[in-house]
Design a protein around this ligand. Structure first.
Ligand code: MGD
Ligand code: MGD
Ligand code: SF4
Ligand code: MO
Length: 730
């Protein structure tokens, strides 16, 4: 007779999206019995979404890789870690020696940010010698980071909405009811948004689709895709014209304000109304109310970022907050003070220091835009990419013109994927290195630390012991770094000290070090010169030091609340605001041309997210994908009539690069002239080992998005607002 242990409770942070919900997992003898919201979590107070249960599905998924594999023909066979590492070392070093670092690339996907292994990514890239790095950033928040860099001189100085204290929340192109919030980690974002309304505040949404969020705000205004710059420019024109500019504690030179006013003078509400689809008097009323609100926050997300004028738009989002005195002020857009000082460990950022080889697209933060990845592989000549490493990324489904990339990946001399699945991208890898399941490792949201709407700290231990012979993400990155690093020597910078500690003492010791040297930890002797590295580390890690450490977090499994966001962070850093960066002033000409053009009647495509899905990789959870098919083309009834399309009928959506066919969903909820399709679907490709996902119908939106249609400033593909042809399939 076996004696069962009593059920136990495990508390952790869900790592699946940016909300950072606390969950309580009840388990018994290695089996998960339930996953619920942790009511005692200091941040999320019990909130979870339907995806939380997928923590179990992902852990138990028979398709999840549990040992390294190598590709033999169309098949994958199990190999040992030693064989995997040796093969990688041999091939990479050979390619590096023959063709140099320009031939080596890395692509970092979204879940990279949701694992503390993130701390080892810079040293890993360094060791690879990869001169071309790409990431999901350039299909996502790059424009916001560029605006941070241009205006506040640091890419990681992200303004986040002070949801708990604001009176007016303006959301431009975000759908927190589905996404649970992005660039604003909020535990329960919709609960916090509801509270704004309950305390008499106002919440307004600007979106071409009447989304799930639209149903929960005071007011939703439809906007024509890709025209947010014009809408925001008109708001700013009104602020100046009606003398509503009120800087409060911020100081901006008068000359700069004059330049800004002149640059945007022609974008009056009347001038932009036809283009944006928003009536002039609505823009005026909204601007007045926003300016007069005691505390207001103007926030934008994917819809504002990943579009033709993403650079200009994210700039003006910041500007609206500055001109109304709501930046870095309570109830406005504020800066977090995370327990890990990301500003110290992460680099300030750069823009345009390098250019891509084929199309001369600008680098940002040392990376090139993903729109350039395929052509850098396919175009012959010196510097052609021959070896690619992917970490937690599925660019075949997530970047523009994914079919072209699909073809390109098949032509690589060598490809390695650090990933848990054999999917549309990793099926091209010669070797796949799978990390442990997230429940088998400790967890801390290192990457999201600077994005929280309150200052918080939480660390979760592993729930299950890692199986014998498995490796964590961080161990894989560490092993590769050690094997591949060039003996010619690498520059040492602050984060390499963290690398040294992790190398000697493990990842959690690295986290401990960063916590102790962070703003709430014991004071850092780390940066003092002279003493040796080990002496410095010993001083910092000595147990008698006061302040936040890993031990504090071990003792507080529901997290530690470090208080509301603090105001005047920029002035404390003695950081002036540059309200008129040259880069943007020059790009306004492109917007002027757009304003003077006669609008076409071509359909425009936009993306969509669903609360039970997460980008491309959670469709293998049978619980999440059950129910009605979600990969549909939403069309307005007027367009359906005009194009002779009926509900459920298959439509073909085409662009320069290709076409997809999927069922039509006719609804008033999408603006006329706009078609909405979710991304991340289409798993029935040869060799994909996602048994459940394969059976769900769906196509990849990025089979039709165009790698050549980019925002001129950022080089990012226009994933929202591209013109397409929609027709019924006979
Ligand atoms: N058209 C269109 N395209 C878009 C978007 C859009 O709105 N519209 N959104 C864009 C955005 S915002 C993003 S962030 C990107 C996402 O783009 P990507 O990051 O390229 O794609 P994901 O679908 O997130 O794929 C994540 C990969 O990580 C693997 N994985 C999951 N967990 C782990 C782990 O713990 N360790 C490791 N090593 N691997 C893991 C999964 O198996 C999968 O292969 O897509 C972008 N693409
Ligand atoms: N359930 C779920 N949660 C997720 C994800 C997921 O895939 N599923 N992905 C995660 C990731 S990686 C991210 S980056 C975040 C994204 O978080 P959000 O940005 O909040 O999520 P989206 O649903 O992409 O919202 C973008 C909105 O912009 C609108 N839009 C499209 N074009 C335009 C435009 O030109 N102007 C304006 N104003 N709006 C426009 C779309 O209709 C859509 O409602 O979500 C994260 N959370
Ligand atoms: S909203 Fe859902 S997926 Fe996101 S952290 Fe919370 S439970 Fe996890
Ligand atoms: Mo994202």
């Amino acid at each position: 007779m076996t004696v069962l242990k009593a059920p136990e409770q495990h508390f952790r942070t869900c790592h699946l999206c940016e909300a950072m919900c606390g969950v309580v997992i009840t388990h018994q003898d290695g089996e998960i019995l339930s996953i619920k919201g942790d009511k005692d979590d200091s941040f999320s107070r019990g909130h979870i979404c339907p995806k939380a249960v997928a923590l179990k599905d992902l852990h138990e998924d028979p398709d999840r890789l549990r040992h390294p594999v190598k590709r033999v023909g169309d098949d994958f066979v199990k190999i040992s870690w030693e064989e995997a590492y040796e093969t990688i070392e041999h091939n990479l070093k050979k390619i590096r020696k023959t063709y140099g670092g320009e031939s080596i690339a890395a692509y970092l996907g979204n879940p990279t940010v949701h694992t503390p292994a993130l701390l080892l990514v810079p040293s890993f890239i360094h060791a690879l010698g990869a001169k071309k790095t790409f990431s999901a950033t350039s299909a996502d928040q790059l424009p916001t980071m560029l605006a941070n860099l241009q205006m506040f001189n640091h890419q990681l100085l992200f303004p986040v909405p002070d949801l708990d204290r604001t009176d007016f929340f303006l959301i431009v192109g975000g759908n927190p009811a589905a996404s649970n919030g992005s660039l604003m980690s909020a535990g329960d974002p919709m609960g916090r948004i509801k509270a704004i309304r309950e305390r008499g505040g106002r919440v307004v949404l600007i979106d071409p689709r009447q989304t799930e969020t639209a149903e929960k705000v005071d007011e939703h205004l439809f906007i024509r895709p890709g025209t947010d710059f014009f809408f925001l420019a008109a708001m700013i024109q009104v602020l100046f014209a009606e003398k509503l500019v009120r800087l409060r504690d911020l100081s901006i030179p008068n000359d700069d304000l004059d330049v800004l006013q002149a640059a945007l003078a022609e974008f009056t509400p009347e001038a932009v109304s036809a283009l944006t689809g928003i009536a002039a008097d609505q823009i005026r009323e909204l601007t007045r109310a926003f300016a007069q609100a005691e505390r207001a926050a103007c926030y934008g997300r994917i819809g504002a970022c990943v579009q033709e004028f993403g650079g200009l738009t994210t700039w003006l989002l910041h500007v609206v907050n500055v001109l109304t005195g709501n930046l870095d002020r309570e109830g406005g857009m504020m800066f977090a003070t995370p327990p890990m000082d990301m500003l110290k460990f992460g680099s300030k950022g750069e823009y345009g220091r390098r250019r891509s080889r084929v199309r001369q697209l600008p680098s940002f933060g040392g990376e090139l835009p993903s729109s350039a990845l395929a052509e850098e592989i396919l175009t012959e000549g010196k510097g052609k990419i021959r070896a690619l490493f992917t970490h937690a990324g599925n660019p075949v489904l997530s970047t523009a013109n994914g079919r072209q990339l699909d073809t390109a990946l098949a032509s690589l001399d060598f490809m390695v994927s650090i990933d848990i699945y054999i999917n549309e991208t990793t099926r091209h890898a010669h070797i796949i290195l799978p990390p442990t399941s997230a429940l088998e490792r400790s967890h801390m949201e290192v990457g999201l630390a600077a994005l929280t709407v309150r200052n918080v700290a939480k660390w979760s231990p592993a729930l299950f012991a890692a199986p014998a012979g498995s490796q964590h993400d961080w161990q894989i990155l560490l092993a590769l770094t050690q094997r591949l690093k060039d003996s010619s020597g690498a520059k040492r910078f602050v984060r390499d000290r963290v690398f040294q500690v992790i190398d000697r003492l493990g990842l959690d010791a690295g986290i401990d070090l960063i916590l102790r040297t962070g703003p709430y930890g014991s004071h850092s002797p780390l940066l003092r010169p002279k003493s040796t590295l080990l002496q410095k580390i010993k001083t910092v890690l000595s147990p008698d030091k006061q302040g936040l450490s890993l031990n504090t977090l071990r003792l507080n499994p529901h997290g530690v609340d470090l208080g509301a966001l603090k105001a005047n962070i920029l002035s404390a850093r003695k950081q002036a605001i540059n309200i008129i960066p040259d880069l943007y002033l020059k790009d306004i000409d492109r917007a002027r041309i757009k304003l003077s053009e006669t609008p076409t009647d071509q359909m425009q495509i936009i993306g969509r997210r669903h609360v039970r899905s997460n980008n491309s990789w959670m469709h293998n959870s049978h619980r999440l994908i059950k129910g009605k098919g979600r990969c549909t083309a939403m069309l307005h009834p007027d367009d359906a009539v005009r194009l002779q399309i009926s509900e459920g009928q298959h439509v073909r959506v085409s662009s320069r690069v290709g076409s997809i066919e999927l069922p039509a969903e006719i609804t008033q909820q999408v603006m006329a002239g706009v078609v909405s399709v979710p991304h991340g679907w289409g798993h029935d490709r040869k060799g994909v080992r996602l048994d459940t996902a394969r059976k769900v119908s769906g196509v990849s939106l990025n089979d039709i998005t165009d790698d050549q249609f980019i925002d001129a400033i950022t080089g990012m593909s226009v994933l929202n607002g591209m013109a397409v042809v929609v027709e019924a399939v006979s």
